[in-house]
Design a protein around this ligand. Structure first.
Ligand code: MN
Length: 231
């Protein structure tokens, strides 16, 4: 028994498809604006030749497994879904060259980067950090992680989301502005990536609001289906 003044938080554990072992989540990184059509709907343009990718983070305790029913979050009137490919890192790496980046991949999952869009946009307007809009309780939804041995390296495939059965987002992973190896190579210049880190790779166009009682369903071809219910 360790001597702590209150109980230490339990580790955050994600399921692994086809395994009894779980995946302890270390850090949650998220890529901003990684599909041109989504950047455009957010009123910004992205020029890969002149810009670098950027990131925000979510606390691991914001993780929610697919299939959960969660409360509508506080202090927002514009609560958005963002359907994303999630990469689970299984090996430590720093300044990883792009051609070796896939060696760090443990597996992939489907994820929802749930967003308080009104708070994010207000922060953006004022040049303030996005935390209130992005990093809040129950905002990082994820399916079981599918090991790369089962999927192979993923670089394309449909990514789709519906709300109450009505299609909202539909794109293809091949339209990522920065590919998974490019993201790993870039992010690992700034952080010593560690086994247990996960990376939300960005959402395609079609983001929109959900309200209490809505059911979100999403799908990534050849990988997983995700579900989230708003109480
Ligand atoms: Mn996102």
């Amino acid at each position: 028994m360790s001597n702590t003044v209150f109980p230490a938080p339990a580790p955050v554990l994600a399921a692994i498809e086809g395994s009894d072992a779980s995946f302890p989540i270390n850090r949650i990184f998220c890529v901003g604006r990684n599909y041109l059509a989504h950047a455009a709907e957010m009123g910004v343009s992205v020029d890969k030749t002149k810009q670098e990718p950027f990131y925000f983070t979510k606390h691991p305790s914001s993780y929610v497994p697919s299939g959960a029913t969660i409360a509508y979050p506080p202090q927002t009137a514009n609560y958005h879904h963002e359907m994303e490919l999630v990469v689970a890192i299984g090996k430590d790496g720093f300044e990883v060259p792009e051609e070796k980046a896939n060696e760090l991949v443990f597996g992939y999952a489907a994820g929802l980067d749930m967003t308080r869009r009104d708070l994010q946009l207000k922060a953006r307007e004022n040049g303030r950090p996005w935390d209130l809009g992005k990093d809040f309780e129950q905002s990082a939804v994820m399916t079981a992680i599918v090991p790369v041995e089962k999927t192979g390296i993923i670089s394309n495939g449909k990514i789709e989301l519906a709300v109450n059965g009505e299609p909202r987002q539909s794109s293809d992973l091949s339209l990522l502005i920065w590919s998974v190896p490019e993201i790993i190579a870039h992010l690992s210049k700034f952080y010593h990536l560690q086994a247990g880190d996960v990376i939300y790779t960005g959402t395609p166009e079609g983001v929109g609001a959900v309200v209490s009682g809505d059911k979100i369903t999403g799908y990534i071809e050849g990988l997983a289906s995700i579900e989230l219910n708003i109480a």
